[in-house]
Design a protein around this ligand. Structure first.
Ligand code: SF4
Length: 455
């Protein structure tokens, strides 16, 4: 399945990634600490398990393409101080959490979680496990930056119980690395990969990025071949979103060195072709995995889910997220912590640090269900949707179905009276297909946030 260039060009437009619906720009400042505390207290007996997230914002240096909430520093005292606040925040949430609730998923992201020294990795993990009941078979993951990483970091993670490690590779080409200020030679990546294998990490993910300056089909082919040779279990290949009006550091990216649309399209085609040939299954969006990976099995069994951490096998979990800018969710509420580090610290010293949030409506939940089924199952059963939500789905979603007609003509979906089926080609356009169900994009009274491009 290789989509042709004209389709990729036609559907390359700004759109959400749907790690939530409604998306974060629709959260409101009227939903704060008091409302979140009420929600936490009233949802302890829902039978839902937990997914915990910790955000560690620090990085040694700034990658020019960075779109994350991060702080570049060489001052480790800042991390030590941060950990103190993080532990207070964890304690406050743990105090209102029923001890019976099992943590099925735990993830550290950033920034760079491995900015923490190995002793502090152990300290934070043992703090979390002393406050929450982490299930024996929990999926415990951490993002890692190979630069500044030591074998001791990996050992601290593995001995703490981390079983899914994700390495930021992005691109192995020296020119690309220099242009984006992230120099990490291939030998360094191979060494870290060797430590992970030697220490028995169950699942290794590598993140790559396309659309970076100086990237060409030839240079990225080399990166892909080397990465395939390192045999990660999963690959996430993100498209660089160049939004210098939102991310000031991206002004350091030389725009005239960015690949043009045609090259970006060729890169997408290359990735799909090479990874499929190498035996990886394309799950959707940016994610590939080996055929026996849990994500692939979950997609086959219709139990795949999508949340702020991307695709997951853990459906029906409430997410409790700690740290600056972190986003939590229950079935009906989303909240985000303060995004500015000093503000987050100040608020945590007084209580919780919620800056904005949203209690979603029944219509939002119905639309989220439709969007998630498309993004995860690659199909939407309209009869099941009608039964689950006591609606007549074809008439409720008449506008969406009309928008899908041209996509059917382009071969992205197959429509029948009771089903929307994403085709092999359509997998590359999941965001575009899901956008047909997004009421906020269709409401002209709501200002549309500036999203990254779908291709
Ligand atoms: S390591 Fe990640 S979070 Fe840190 S600057 Fe680079 S891209 Fe941003």
């Amino acid at each position: 399945m290789i989509a042709n260039s004209s389709l990729l060009e036609k559907y390359s437009k700004p759109g959400p990634r749907y790690t939530s619906y409604p998306t974060a720009p629709h959260f409101a400042e009227t939903f704060g600490n008091a409302e979140w505390l009420d929600e936490l207290q009233s949802t302890q007996n829902t039978g839902r398990d937990l997914s915990l997230y910790c955000h560690i914002p620090f990085c040694d240096t700034l990658c020019y393409y960075c779109g994350c909430n991060m702080v570049a520093t060489r001052n480790y005292n800042r991390a030590t101080q941060y950990l103190g606040y993080l532990e207070s925040e964890i304690d406050r949430i743990a105090a209102v959490t029923s001890p019976e609730r099992a943590v099925r998923q735990l993830h550290w992201g950033g920034g760079t979680p491995t900015f923490l020294h190995p002793d502090d990795i152990r300290r934070l993990f043992s703090h979390l496990s002393s406050r929450f009941h982490i299930a024996a078979d929990a999926e415990i993951g951490c993002e890692m930056d190979p630069r500044e990483l030591t074998r001791e970091h990996v050992r601290a993670l593995v001995e703490s119980g981390f079983n899914r490690l994700s390495l930021g590779v992005q691109d192995l080409d020296a020119r690309v690395q220099e242009t984006v200020n992230r120099v990490q030679p291939e030998a360094m990546i191979r060494e870290v990969n060797g430590w992970m294998r030697e220490l028995g990490v169950k699942s290794i993910n590598m993140d790559l990025m396309v659309g970076l300056p100086e990237q060409s089909v030839a240079s990225f082919s080399h990166t892909l071949e080397s990465v395939i040779d390192m045999a990660p279990d999963r690959l996430a290949i993100f498209s660089y979103a160049h939004v210098p009006w939102m991310k000031k550091n991206q002004k350091l990216i030389p725009e005239n060195r960015l690949p043009d649309l045609q090259t970006r399209i060729e890169l997408q085609q290359l990735i799909l072709q090479r990874l499929t040939e190498a035996g990886y299954v394309y799950i959707g969006m940016d994610h590939y995995a080996r055929p026996d990976d849990e994500l692939v099995l979950a997609q086959r069994n219709r139990t795949l889910y999508r949340n702020f951490q991307g695709y997951t096998t853990h459906k029906n979990c409430d997410i409790y997220a700690f740290g600056v800018s972190a986003i939590s969710q229950t079935d009906q509420v989303y909240v985000q912590n303060a995004k500015h580090l000093p503000t987050w610290q100040q608020r945590v010293s007084e209580g919780l640090a919620i800056e904005r949030g949203l209690r979603i409506s029944t219509e939002d939940r119905l639309r989220r269900d439709a969007i998630l089924r498309i993004m995860c199952d690659l199909e939407l059963d309209l009869d099941a949707l009608s039964a689950d939500w006591s609606i007549d789905a074809p008439s409720h979603f008449a506008t969406a179905l009309a928008e899908l007609q041209p996509m059917q003509e382009d071969g992205l979906v197959e429509l029948t009276a009771s089903r929307i089926q994403v085709t092999e080609t359509g997998r590359l356009f999941l965001r575009n297909i899901a956008m047909c169900f997004d009421a906020y994009l269709q409401d002209s009274t709501v200002e549309t946030p500036r999203y990254s491009r779908t291709i």
